[in-house]
Design a protein around this ligand. Structure first.
Ligand code: 4NP
Length: 157
């Protein structure tokens, strides 16, 4: 079988949006029986919360939706790893700019909501500031579903 497709979700702190996306995407991949075909992780551009579990707002949402959150711990993205990911999925334009500054290959960096045009949004607003984890859930879930469909087509999975 071909080697797994490597997908990294990135936000600022790696405690609200990108760990939610990692957990939801893993869930969808597992549901589809495609665990062997993907390697999935998340990381933050900032290092303030390294080693912490997700924000209580993200934890509550994942719990409510019955999504496994085992092992989620914040970490900071490393310059050296950027070339190893096939898809680097950013939550907002600020993340994209930060990834570019770190030297991420531009063609591998995409916004999550590119894959969910039906939301009418381009960026996932940061719930660290908005407090609106319902919105985060709605956008992240739509983005992850769209991303999985896209990758299955793109990668012939
Ligand atoms: P996230 O949210 O990028 O979705 O994880 C944030 C979490 C923490 C901070 C900023 C955004 N912070 O400044 O500590």
């Amino acid at each position: 079988m071909s080697k797994p497709v490597r997908v990294l979700f990135v936000c600022l702190g790696n405690i609200c949006r990108s760990p939610m996306a990692e957990a939801v995407f893993r869930h969808l991949v597992r549901e589809a029986g495609l665990e062997e075909r993907f390697e999935i992780d998340s990381a933050g551009l900032g290092g303030w919360h390294v080693g912490e579990p997700p924000h209580p707002g993200t934890r509550a949402k994942l719990e409510e939706k019955g999504i496994d959150q085992t092992g989620l711990r914040a970490r900071q993205v490393r310059r050296e790893e950027l070339g190893t990911w096939d898809y680097i999925i950013a939550m907002d334009e600020e993340n994209v700019a930060g990834l570019r500054r770190l030297g991420a290959p531009p063609d591998r960096v995409r916004l999550l909501l590119e894959f969910a045009p039906e939301t009418g949004m381009r960026e996932v607003p940061d719930p660290w500031y908005t407090g609106d984890f319902d919105e985060t859930w709605r956008l992240v879930e739509a983005g992850c579903r769209g991303l999985l469909n896209y990758l299955r087509q793109q990668e012939g999975i």
